[in-house]
Design a protein around this ligand. Sequence first.
Ligand code: AMP
Length: 223
Amino acid sequence: MNLILLGPPGAGKGTQAKRLAERHGWAQLSTGDMLRAAVAAGTEIGVKAKSIMESGNLVPDDILIAMIGERIDRPDSRAGFILDGFPRTAMQAEALDGMLAKRGRRLDRVIEIGVDEAALVERISGRFACVKCGAGYHERYQRPKTEGRCDSCGGTEFSRRADDNAETVKTRLAAYRAQTAPILPYYREKGLLVRVDGMAELDDVTRQIARQLNGEKGGTAGR
Ligand code: AMP
């Protein structure tokens, strides 16, 4: 199955995408993770993207479109993929349709994770992750079971994203409202859009997504 998770920063796209990937063996394609890896590796794209990401604005469309085009051609995306953080503009949405059509593939569902904006700054500013395996945590809502030790891999080093601060979050939310939210009607008109309540508890959001996907599996998997 080929899915898009849409929603503002802090909605829980990454967490839910990771769960879907583990459960179904679909590839999680997170453009934010890809860009952060490029920044860490100091590649040409990373150098271009670094200051834009730190400001909370969007990296140019051509860079993202090329990145995703290359990624969906890899073997691990054949069984299905979950786009997490892409598309974020109308141009990216149209480019995605074009690249899937060319490959004889298509989208099965676009899941909007709806959240109350007032909660996002607190959600985002409390986030941190295990340096070794990337498992995500939150100071208030999801602390490691043993303080200072990652539940998944036992790692003891944690980090915060450079753009997870109150000031940058405002710019990221403004970018979502101005450039990403307008693509929701595009998918609604195609009959692909479904909405889940992202203010619910984590496991409940996972269940809501599973319910939306139920009945759509089988014949559509692997395209
Ligand atoms: P994320 O991890 O999805 O919150 O993305 C972190 C940052 O990476 C965003 O604030 C943007 O600067 C950049 N980014 C990620 N995905 C995209 C995209 N599809 N289009 C433009 N910029 C992106």
